[in-house]
Design a protein around this ligand. Structure first.
Ligand code: NAD
Length: 395
């Protein structure tokens, strides 16, 4: 079938297999060109098919030579639809890992469920025996608690009072004011249930009880803080509450993992264009200006550069020493004073109509479409593609 982008609101409902394969291979190439790391050898990545989780799996496999098991929730093509981008990414990862002689298996299903946790443990017992690193990189709109059956949804809202700011219409490029109403107590509670640390802790407990955590195991989960500009909608809002819970969970996990000499970390990463960030008011405009400033200083990073640096300079730094204990800051370049000062200056110019942002909007659109395998110059989108793809290592 000939595959073109199809928008449903903020979401792109189609994905391009060859384009997604290109994105994955590009990340693998990046890692292969960097220095090989003395890192983990048996890695479990929960949320492994896109964004930061996929980059973590690639750095583990191609940067450290690790065997990897990835868990994610994606869909293959059905009837007239394409598969999701994460599905094509996983197929490509499996092919590339097999070609490089690396062990790799992908479990497709709901990571929040007991069933998928048990399936993962069976696979570890059968093939890898123990795990040296658990990466938890889930971003989900909802979660069913396996103990109670209760379904919770996450929302991105400010807390306490409404928040008004400039945002951009990605189609018309128009700037306008948007006001977001504050979340209710119940919305905050549910967001913490989905995006806080409860499921991360459940995973580690289940893995520990099954005896599959290696001595000295590490586990890391990802967070974001960002600047004052986005504070009311992010760190000061519902999602920030969930991230506070994540840090509290890391501290609990540090105690819990003492029996195996393990350590838990939360890595605060840089803001990036993802499926989720395009839908948050205010954030796309911030991201556009941030990219522009960081590029002009030659310090811009994507998921793969961020995660390679996390492994190389922090988690598996030569000599095993780095300054941070539980919370690692890999967002240091984004939050540099000079970067933020220039972003703020640009923001004010844009809001007063003194700065043309059409170039930056176009770039954002392109990067957003790249996530789904579109808008790559080297891919012929008029060619037929095989939408339904599979791999025997996707279980
Ligand atoms: P993403 O949407 O690209 O990836 C989410 C992953 O979770 C996918 O692999 C998806 O398949 C998986 N997933 C979702 N629901 C699942 C379920 N029920 N069962 C199994 N897998 C499921 O997200 P991302 O932007 O890479 O975010 C990952 C983490 O990084 C999040 O904690 C996010 O808050 C954090 N983070 C993101 C940014 C950013 O700007 N994107 C910045 C800093 C930190």
């Amino acid at each position: 079938m000939i595959i073109k982008p199809k928008f449903r609101g903020f979401v792109c409902a189609t994905a391009h297999p060859e384009g997604c394969a290109y994105l994955v291979k590009k990340q693998i190439q990046y890692v292969k060109a960097e220095q090989q790391l003395e890192g983990p050898k048996r890695v479990l990545v929960i949320g492994a098919s896109t964004g930061y989780g996929l980059a973590s799996r690639i750095v583990a496999a191609f940067g450290c030579g690790a065997s990897t098991i990835g868990v994610s929730l994606e869909k293959n093509a059905l009837h007239n639809t394409t598969a999701t981008a994460g599905w094509y990414n996983t197929v490509t990862f499996e092919k590339e890992a097999a070609a490089a002689g690396l062990y790799s298996r992908s479990i497709n299903g709901d990571a929040f469920s007991n069933e998928i946790k048990e399936k993962t443990i069976e696979l570890i017992k059968q093939d890898l025996k123990k795990i040296d690193l658990v990466v938890y990189s889930i971003a989900a709109p909802r979660r069913t608690d396996p103990a109670t059956g209760e379904m919770s949804s996450s929302v991105i809202k400010p807390i306490g009072k409404p928040f008004t700011s400039k945002t951009i219409n990605l189609n018309s490029h128009d700037l306008y004011d948007v006001t977001l109403e504050p979340a209710s107590e119940e919305e905050i509670r549910q967001t913490v249930k989905v995006m806080g640390g409860e499921d991360w802790q459940l995973w580690l407990e289940t893995l520990e009880n099954a005896g599959v955590l290696a001595e000295g195991v590490k586990t890391v989960s990802y967070s974001y803080i960002g600047p004052e500009l986005t504070y009311p909608i992010y760190t000061g809002g519902t999602i920030g509450k969930a991230k506070e819970h994540l840090v509290a969970t890391a501290k609990l996990l540090n105690d819990q993992l003492e029996s195996v000499g393990g350590q838990a970390f939360v890595s605060v990463n840089k803001a990036l264009v993802t499926q989720a960030s395009a839908a948050i008011p205010v954030v796309p405009l911030y991201l556009m200006l941030l990219t522009k400033v960081m590029e002009s200083k030659n310090i811009n990073e994507d998921c793969i550069e961020q995660i390679y640096r996390l492994f190389a300079d922090r988690l598996y730094a030569a000599g095993g020493r780095f300054d941070e204990t539980t919370v690692i800051r890999i967002d240091d370049r984004e939050l540099r004073e000079d970067v933020q000062a220039e972003v703020l200056q640009l923001w004010e110019q844009v809001c007063s109509g003194n700065q043309d942002v059409s170039g930056a909007v176009e770039r954002f659109r392109r990067e957003f479409l790249n996530l789904f395998g579109f808008e790559y110059e080297n891919i012929d989108y008029e060619q037929e593609s095989e939408a339904e793809q599979g791999h025997p290592h996707i279980l």
